[in-house]
Design a protein around this ligand. Structure first.
Ligand code: SAJ
Length: 431
């Protein structure tokens, strides 16, 4: 590929919460003609109608003005100079990395790699150290018959999109870059510098770049596990973990607060540690600490149901005989994504215990059995808040019928005193 990046065709494979904002950002730079490939016809049709397929304010605005050629067939990748892979990297069978989408993208791209064009393939999806060279590169080389690092470049620039974040977006989040060759790292870094107004850090090792993102998210998982275990300990001790964390947070250095809750969901934090655990095991290392943190976080949905059962028992009410209002299905506040959501696990546990459950999530209407907060609270004996949606803050002032005996706040997001003042027993996670 020539040093100059003028008038280059850039293809983005995977138009979800990572790929779609990225495609829009690239299209805003007139040096690029942007193509988009996704297997979802629904996404493609929305984009063609200039409707964002994701709930992201920046992307919702961008799609109104940028030019994107999108399609569900990979022929749209033909003649691309740069291919960017932004497909999901989930887990399968509970804890195993699933690289199916990455390898499928590699097969599609491999068909369009041509000798002498010096094309670039960039993986943005979150993966463990080694995936680029051990999994993706062999697919690209076998399909194209070309050699990575010589006929084409392969690089990694881990995505850092934070769904629902109004401050950090694709344009202003710093990025790390690595590639098979130092020259490749430099060219890819220059490409990202042409679309992102934040530092782009060139790293010497492709595996170390892959490791940065896994480390970032595993760091978050273990810190959440720490406060979740504290919550269980302080529940037994009768201490309020939120007050303790608030106090610890006024230390001006060396303390970064995380908060306990009904569990860790999403396709990043709840998933990424398993990629590192599994890859390290291949080299004979057992990540005991990371696995323990995953076990603690995975125990929180059941712990939340336990808290409810204990509070009902204190009132002489068996769990099996009540109707529960489950408020929130998505894994994080004010978004609709339910992947790995603890709320879904809480729902399954309640149903397995023979409890009737009324579900309301204003961001997930299709899976809700009720569509107004008032209708939930007027028809249940107890409530579990599993997602801290803004809409649920109304519970701090909403009149609650005498039938509602207990409210378990799975995100410690409500005002305990205001709830209790209306005769409802409030129990938070660790408070
Ligand atoms: N959670 C807790 N306690 C906390 C923080 C989160 O229980 O203190 C739970 C959330 O409720 C949720 C899960 O963990 O169920 C994940 O929450 P998250 O805020 O980490 O949100 P994600 O999964 O969207 O993580 C993204 C990640 N961004 C990327 O991977 C690029 C992560 O690296 C960010 O740190 C995170 O956003 C963020 O900071 O919000």
């Amino acid at each position: 590929m020539s040093e100059s990046l003028d008038r280059k065709i850039v293809s983005v494979i995977g138009l979800g919460y990572v790929g779609f904002p990225l495609a829009c950002a690239i299209a805003k730079n007139k040096n690029y003609e942007v193509r988009g490939f996704d297997v979802s016809l629904e996404k493609i049709d929305k984009i063609k109608a200039r409707i964002s397929p994701i709930d992201d304010e920046t992307a919702i605005q961008d799609i109104k003005t940028v030019s994107l050629q999108v399609d569900v067939t990979s022929t749209i990748l033909k003649d691309s100079d740069i291919f960017i892979i932004t497909v999901p990297t989930p887990i399968k069978n509970g804890t195993l990395p699933d690289l199916e989408a990455v390898c499928a993208a590699g097969k599609s791209i491999g068909a369009y790699l041509q000798k002498g064009k010096n094309q670039i393939v960039i993986l943005e999806s979150t993966v463990n150290p080694g995936v680029c060279e051990e999994n993706l590169l062999p697919v690209l080389e076998s399909v194209s018959g070309l050699q990575g690092g010589i006929d084409f470049e392969l690089g990694h620039c881990p995505e850092r999109i934070n769904p629902g974040d109004s401050r950090w977006n694709v344009y202003n989040i710093p990025r790390n870059v690595g590639a098979l060759t130092p020259h490749g790292t430099q060219v890819i870094a220059e490409f990202y510098r042409s679309i992102i107004n934040a530092p782009i850090h060139e790293m010497a090792s492709l595996k170390e770049v892959e490791a940065t993102k896994i480390v970032e998210n595993t760091f978050r998982d273990i810190n959440i596990a720490f406060v979740n275990e504290l919550a269980k300990s302080f529940d037994a001790m009768g201490l309020n973990v939120m007050n303790v964390l608030k106090g610890a947070s006024n230390k001006p250095f060396a303390f970064m607060p995380h908060f306990p809750g009904c569990g860790v969901g999403g396709h990043c934090i709840a998933v990424d540690p398993y990629y590192l655990i599994e890859r390290a095991a291949q080299d004979g290392f057992d990540h005991q600490f990371l696995k323990l943190a995953r076990d603690i976080n995975s125990s929180m949905p059941a712990y939340t149901v336990e808290l409810l059962e204990k509070e009902l028992q204190k009132l002489g009410i068996p769990l099996s005989g009540v109707t529960i209002g489950l408020l929130g299905l998505s894994y994080k506040k004010n978004i609709a994504d339910c992947r790995e959501s603890p709320a879904l696990q809480i729902h399954s546990i309640l149903v397995a215990r023979g409890v009737s459950v009324v579900v309301f999530d204003p961001h997930v209407p299709a899976s809700s059995t009720c569509h107004r907060l008032e209708d939930v609270v007027n028809n249940v004996d107890a409530l579990i808040v599993a997602t801290a949606h803004d809409e649920f803050m109304a519970l701090n002032s909403l009149s609650l019928p005498s039938r509602v005996k207990v409210l378990v706040d799975g995100r410690n997001c409500l005002q305990k005193d205001q709830i209790q003042a209306r005769g409802v027993k409030y129990k938070g996670v660790g408070c």
